[in-house]
Write a protein that binds this ligand. Sequence first.
Ligand code: ATP
Length: 266
Amino acid sequence: MNTQYAPAIECRGIGKTWNEAEAPFVALQYVSFEVKSGEFVVLLGPSGCGKSTLLYMLAGLERATRGALLSDGVPITGPSPERGMIFQEAALFPWLDIRDNVAYGLALQGVPRAQRERRAMELLARVGLNGFELKRPSQLSGGMRQRAAMARALALQPKVLMMDEPFAALDIQTRAKMQAYLLQLWRESGASVLLVTHSIEEAIGLADRIVVFTARPGRIKEIVPVDLPRPRNPRDEAFHALHDRLAELLADEVDRAFAEQEALAR
Ligand SMILES: Nc1ncnc2c1ncn2[C@@H]1O[C@H](COP(=O)(O)OP(=O)(O)OP(=O)(O)O)[C@@H](O)[C@H]1O
């Protein structure tokens, strides 16, 4: 297959049913979209619609029950250094300093110590953590830990960076700063980004395109392009208009998701 012009990521008719044999629980249905090379795509949808499940499948950590997931035109069968993953809480090793955390994947790839430490130091400087290289994760703030996690993911020069609500645990000011860092790293790295969020504002602030999901079973409701110049200002009229439109698209879905969760709790 000529994979030269294949999208960085492609979901073709994806479905995911948990516990299919005994008590099937359909999480996702008929999900088809692609992420182009260098594109920033955000997955937005109500709680429980399957956004994280989809990201885990693309990371190669879960299998789809239907359809095909491709990376650069090649079926995804497991995790790969070409697809980096960042979670809501930075998953750093607590016993290593952050330089060694960032260099960890390079060590696994057999990169010599001096070279990987140099690369880790460069990346930590890029995310504004110079001077903190020898600290343990517990000695850093949440935002700093998340920047270290970004540096660690970027160390392996992934083609796609996948992020599951990476800033949800941070306060609003730190969140805004982290979004700016992310945009800068995205531009410099040339990687594609696929980011999950609940926040309409975050989605508009970051994305080239927003994939809006329905309540469970998660299907694509609409794919919304964001044609606003960056940096984007939430006070701009065009930002507001898009916010209203997305809020309207999501309103019924959030109600449905809430009703379902209440019913399940009974
Ligand atoms: N391992 C699992 N086994 C069974 N059901 C699961 C499993 N993981 C997730 N689910 C269910 O699949 C559905 C989708 O979950 P998922 O976490 O992907 O949703 P989400 O859109 O990321 O939600 P949130 O925004 O609240 O994080 C949910 O109903 C969830 O309870």
